[in-house]
Structure formats: C-alpha cells, structure tokens
Design a protein around this ligand. Sequence first.
Ligand SMILES: Nc1ncnc2c1ncn2[C@@H]1O[C@H](COP(=O)(O)OP(=O)(O)OP(=O)(O)O)[C@@H](O)[C@H]1O
Length: 268
Amino acid sequence: MTLLNVDRLTISRASGAGEPLVREASFTVERGEVVGVVGESGSGKTLTGLSLLGLLPHGLRASGSIVFDGRELLAQTEKQWQRTRGADIAMVLQDPSSSLHPMLKLGEQLTDHVRLHLGLGRAAAQAKARELLERVHLREPDRLLGQYPHQLSGGMKQRVSIAIALACDPKLLIADEPTTALDANIRTGIIALLDELRRESGMGIIFVTHDLAMLSSIADRLNVFRTGEIVEAGEAESVFRSPQHPYTRVLLDAVPQVPWPLPKEVQS
Ligand SMILES: Nc1ncnc2c1ncn2[C@@H]1O[C@H](COP(=O)(O)OP(=O)(O)OP(=O)(O)O)[C@@H](O)[C@H]1O
C-alpha cells in the first residue's frame, strides 16, 4: 500500500480571502522512497509539509485529501493528530537549534522525549537516547548526552535533531531544508545519513529544498513547485535528464553541471 497519497491538496486562508497558497497538489510517497520537493521561495513547499502534520499556521486551512497508511489525515481530530506527529510522521527543520532547547543538556532533551513518546523508564530512556545518537553516527554518545546544544557544531546538532525525529520510528520523515544552514562538506554527510536511514528502516522521506542539485544524489522522484502548484513531477532521473516544464529548466540551468547523478565532488 502506498505510504502517502496526497490528492488535490489545496491550502487557502480560512477567511476565503485571496488566491489559494497551494493549489490542487497531488503526489505520493512509497515506503523507503525519497521524494524531492523543490521550488523557489514562497512556492508552497513548507505549507505542504506542515499540512501533513496538521500544523498549518492559524488562519490557513487545507482541503482535498491526505491519505497516510490507509487513513485520511484531514478528517483527524487534534488528539489523533498528536498521535500522528512523531509516531507516524516526523519533521526535521532547517535550523537544528529550533528543535533543541538551548538551556538543557542533550541527555535531558533526548531522554525526556523518549520517555514522553515511548513511555520508557529512566534507565531504558537513557539507553534508547544512546542508541539514537549511535544511529545517526555521533561518536561518544555518553559524553554528548552531558553537553549543551551550543557545544556542538551545526552538523552535529542536525544529527541530534534527526535522532530526536527517529525516536518513535516514524514511517515518514519530512526534511525541510535540512542542510541549507550547513557547510558544503557537512551537507553531504547529512544527505548520506538520510539515504542510509531510509534504506535501513524503509522510512519514506519528503526532502524539501530550493536547491535542485541537492536532490540529485538522494531523490527517487521530484515534485517541482511554482507559485503554489506542482508544475512538474516525475522520476528524478528523467526530470534531471529531460525537464518538461520551462521553470524546471530554469532551476536546472542554475545547477553548475547536470549529468545525472552528479559526480560526488559536485554534490558536496
Ligand atoms: N500564515 C500565513 N498566512 C498567510 N500566508 C502565508 C502564511 N504562511 C505562508 N504564507 C504564504 O504562503 C506562500 C507559501 O509559503 P511557504 O512557506 O510554503 O513557501 P516555501 O516554498 O516553503 O518558501 P521558502 O523556500 O522560502 O521556505 C507564500 O506566499 C507565503 O507568503
């Protein structure tokens, strides 16, 4: 069964004013698949991601259909959404600091998170926290658990926020510009980690970015957004090789070299 089936998703102002911000967007995500969502600033990528978590900003509403694992999310109560978030669908944001409390040691944040979501006792939660840090390839987890976020580099912080997102074994991860704030060489490591996690766990990933080149090494399929609409969708390889929409060509022209997939040195 398809993991996620978004059908004619429309996001508009609840007041009815103005044009919809996202218009009739339809796409699917299969298990273990990375779907790239690309487009210029303001094209509706983030709102689409937030609607999959029931987290649209106040004053906006979604219509159409979002079927996840066989159930309609748009019909959910707030209580049902709370169970969906984290346990079924998790999100990683551009700025890892936004998912980490600056005044709390990582150990407290990770163990509190797993205790809350998995109902584990203190010792089991600490063991789970260590295991999660190892899963994202952070060395010396015990030492890290005693540190504050500001003691970590940006790349390490992003790995910790991925570890937090993985705590409940979500089936779908929405990664919204997860590498934009990072240096080029760190970026490659985070992309490799996401690629490894989807292979290992069968988790689907929606990778949102304005940078098409970023997706060349990881995306199976692409959705190109422009002013609230999907203007091109298809297998990543064929979109890279022969883009159909003029806007996709403009995005590709901004990428320095585009044989698909890009050679490793260009990906970084
Ligand atoms: N709370 C809101 N109320 C009204 N309009 C909003 C709200 N949030 C976002 N928008 C508008 O919706 C449109 C889509 O925004 P969205 O954040 O999804 O774009 P994006 O493609 O993710 O952009 P970026 O790459 O800059 O993050 C934009 O025109 C934005 O100004």
